[in-house]
Design a protein around this ligand. Structure first.
Ligand SMILES: NC(=O)c1ccc[n+]([C@@H]2O[C@H](COP(=O)([O-])OP(=O)(O)OC[C@H]3O[C@@H](n4cnc5c(N)ncnc54)[C@H](OP(=O)(O)O)[C@@H]3O)[C@@H](O)[C@H]2O)c1
Length: 317
């Protein structure tokens, strides 16, 4: 496993992080038992992964708590998150500072720890950014002073904001130690809009959506590329619509599409940790191996950039 320093946090982190949300939620969404989910965490740790990302919303904090009980806390850089609005029909209701404090205490109890390394504002939409900064950030700073949080992060809603409107503002503010950013071969817009400035400010960058559905299910990829061609975001003469990324799979190239997807993100300048979400031990092993392979061939990177350079409308889900 490769390691790096997570920007201004100074934390030493593995290049691959275990994502405990997404379509898999450590196997919770794909019919795996709690013991199998705990085994995924143990397997990741035994292979050198030291970064785990979860959220109150995923329902996996308790599973991580069980793993921590078994294998200890000290090896782990733990990232979790809190929603800053709650669903209330017909609209959204904001949460109070008291609810924020309680939310963190609940997460700590489930995780079985007395601190988290990175506490994120979860999936902040552009329209909520000002409210988050003025009303909730001070509470996070207070909790940090109490020693319950080491660093403060923010995550975008990549499905709702695939253009990174919110993070383009956030990256200019001096509040955020870490950002969780949507980035993959299909939507590379974070490169110019987030990573370039984040590098100047030494903000830690964690990537989500490296694979997601479009890059793990061939039928979904074909459908999505057809949609992009129809919208004129991708030029049909640049791509084989029936096998859009088949050119990546060749001797000296990627061994699978998921392999290409993780290596693509891992070697992108400005990224530190790439999250991989799975409840399948064979997939986990394959993904760990991807992180020790070299960068994709230069000509493949150039071709990917050319094909998808105008795409900022999809997350890859
Ligand atoms: N706004 C936010 O803050 C936000 C939003 C979304 C996600 N996240 C975080 O980002 C993390 C990463 O996203 P993600 O979980 O969607 O991860 P991902 O790694 O991009 O995609 C995971 C999907 O790919 C499949 N997969 C993984 N490895 C595979 C392989 N080798 N072969 C075939 N299929 C494979 C998984 O299914 P299997 O289980 O079958 O392997 C799962 O359906 C989440 O877990 C969560 O922690 C944060």
């Amino acid at each position: 496993m490769n390691y790096t320093i997570l920007g201004r946090t100074g934390l030493k982190v593995s290049a691959m992080g275990l994502g405990c949300g997404g379509p898999s939620r450590l196997g919770k969404k794909t019919g795996k038992s709690e013991a199998e989910s705990v085994a995924i965490i143990r397997q990741a740790r035994d292979s050198g992964v030291n970064f785990i990302d979860t959220a109150a919303r995923y329902g996996t904090e308790e599973i991580i708590g069980k793993a921590i009980k078994e294998v200890g806390r000290s090896w782990l850089v733990l990232s979790t998150k809190m929603l800053t609005t709650k669903m209330k029909q017909p609209g959204f209701e904001r949460i109070t500072p008291e609810e924020v404090q309680k939310g963190l205490d609940d997460s700590l109890r489930l995780l079985g720890t007395d601190y988290v390394d990175i506490y994120h504002f979860h999936g902040v939409l552009p329209r909520n950014y000002d409210y988050v900064v003025s009303e909730i950030v001070p509470t996070f700073q207070k909790m940090r002073a109490q020693g319950k949080i080491r660093f403060i992060g923010i995550t975008e809603s990549f499905d709702g904001d695939p253009q990174h409107t919110m993070l383009q503002r956030a990256v200019e503010d001096d509040i955020w130690d870490v950002m969780l950013v949507g980035f993959n071969m299909l939507n590379q817009s974070a490169r110019e809009r987030v990573f370039r400035r984040a590098m100047q400010k030494n903000i830690g960058i964690v990537v989500m959506f490296a694979v997601r559905l479009a890059l793990s299910r061939p039928e979904r990829l074909r459908q999505l590329v057809k949609e992009l061609v129809a919208k004129k975001h991708v030029n049909p003469s640049d791509i084989d619509e029936n096998n859009p990324l088949g050119f990546l799979l060749r001797a000296g190239g990627a061994v699978s599409l998921t392999d290409a997807a993780y290596r693509f993100c891992h070697y992108e300048p400005g990224t530190h940790v790439i999250l991989s979400g799975t409840g399948n031990p064979d997939h986990l092993q394959a993904n760990i191996e991807s992180f020790s392979r070299p960068a994709l061939p230069h000509e493949d990177l150039v071709r990917l950039r050319d094909i998808f350079e105008n795409v900022d409308s999809v997350s890859g889900d």
